[in-house]
Each structure stands twice: as C-alpha cells, then as structure tokens.
Design a protein around this ligand. Sequence first.
Ligand SMILES: [Zn+2]
Length: 95
Amino acid sequence: MMRTVLDMIAGRDAPQPAGKPGIGRILADLDSHQCRFPLQGDGAATRFCAAGVSEADWLPGFPGRCYCTFHRSLSVGRGTEAERAAPRVLERLAG
Ligand SMILES: [Zn+2]
C-alpha cells in the first residue's frame, strides 16, 4: 500500500524510540544522536521524533543530518513536491 504524505506527517511509519510512550520527546529529553525532526507542538513543548541516528549520519548543522533515516528521506534528496512541502504542512497543523 502506498504511504501517503499525511501518514508520514502523522509519524505512523516513523521508527519509534524505545522507552517513553507517546509521540516523540521534548528537546530537553533528547539525547545526542536522536532525531530532531519536529512532529508536533510549539516552542518548548515541541515534540521531536527522537529515533536513533547512526554516528555516520549524525552531523548537526548540515541539512537533514540531525534526522533519522526516515525523516532525512523526507527532508532531503529527490523527494516529491508533496514531500518537500511536508514541513510546511506540519507547521500549519501545529499552528
Ligand atoms: Zn525522525
């Protein structure tokens, strides 16, 4: 079955970190090498994906390099227009 953009935005197919239930973690709870892709919320309440990022992929400061494989594929590379628009859609949903 094709994965829709809305499914991806909802994080339904995103890898889930072990431990805490619920969607993502706030920034204060993130360790190094955990995906910084914002899933929902605003400001200090923003919840990030927090899936593990491998040492080889972790390069904060470079586009997409503080995201897990799943979210990096959403944010960089040859994504579709809908995929590139996903962060903007996310902002609208969060707002
Ligand atoms: Zn992620």
